[in-house]
Design a protein around this ligand. Structure first.
Ligand SMILES: [Zn+2]
Ligand SMILES: [Zn+2]
Length: 278
């Protein structure tokens, strides 16, 4: 870690791509065939390393093992799961090696209430161990990640892992996803809109760095588009705004040009392995 890190928090983009990842299997479009390393996007996830030395993972994608090895993650203090869609959660079993220790440890996982219930349904062997295993069906071997689910509060200040957060609930199709604010950084992921209450809060908080959903240009039922993300950036005026969760309709170079048209903030497409300070 650099000495600069003592005074700032760092976000690492573990993945910047939409649910398929980019390239998309079998696709021959120019973005999927692009040789620009910034067009190679694993599924969207970030890692936060705070100035108080806490390491917080946001989402466990199907690419999490690759992302963890690539970013040399050897420890996390906790994880935030934004929602239970496959592209954000299906790598959860790969948290297992981070529970090994020494000493062996449980990892706290922070979620919104309804997502807690969905995760318990999806992964009963992890989150419903008492009912999933029994005397007649004991746990054989040690192959289960030790994760403890914690429900977060919405729209109010809350300390998790001794860090100050405000969590937001964002509408995302049939579910909600969890956005948050931490010391000048706002993360707005998978949603079709940002509720007025959250926008007002972001305006008041004077955001230094915003990372925001941007799946494509045009229209989309469950995600922010470039145009919607742009409107929200123009409304909340963060100092810097990084776009994330991009599909293959948005090549890095093309998107950079589109971002340069936005004059209110420093706007850019994020890319895998990028590090941002705040
Ligand atoms: Zn997603
Ligand atoms: Zn989603």
């Amino acid at each position: 870690m650099s000495t600069y890190n003592d005074k700032s928090n760092t976000v690492t983009i573990l993945g910047s791509g939409t649910s398929t990842g980019i390239p998309i299997i079998g696709c021959k479009c120019s973005v999927c065939l692009s040789e620009n390393p910034k067009d190679k996007r694993l599924r969207t996830s970030i890692l936060i390393e705070t100035k108080s030395n806490k390491t917080i993972l946001v989402d466990t994608t199907p690419d999490f093992r690759t992302q963890a090895l690539r970013a040399k993650i050897d420890h996390v203090d906790g994880a935030i799961i934004t929602h239970d869609h496959a592209d954000h959660v299906h790598g959860i079993d790969d948290l297992r090696p981070l529970c090994f220790g020494p000493p062996p440890r449980n990892i706290p996982v922070f979620v919104e209430k309804n997502i807690k219930e969905h995760l318990e349904e999806k992964f009963p062997y992890i989150f419903k161990r008492e009912s999933y295993f029994s005397k007649g069906r004991p746990i054989l071997g040690g192959g289960i990640p030790k994760l403890d689910l914690h429900e977060v509060k919405i729209n109010q200040e809350e300390k998790i892992l001794e860090e100050d957060f405000i969590f937001f609930s964002l509408p995302h199709g049939h579910t909600n996803s969890l956005g948050f604010y931490h010391q000048g950084f706002a993360y707005i992921i998978d949603c079709e809109s940002i509720p007025e209450e959250v926008l007002a809060k972001l305006e008041g908080l004077k955001v230094d760095l915003l990372i925001i959903d941007c799946v494509k240009s045009g229209t989309h039922n469950t995600h922010l588009t470039f145009e919607k993300a742009r409107d929200y950036i123009e409304r909340t005026k963060p100092k810097r705004a990084g776009l994330i969760h991009m599909g293959h309709g948005l090549g890095h170079e093309q998107l950079e040009k589109m971002c340069n048209e936005i004059k209110c903030s420093d706007v850019f497409p994020t890319y895998d392995e990028q590090k941002l300070k705040y």
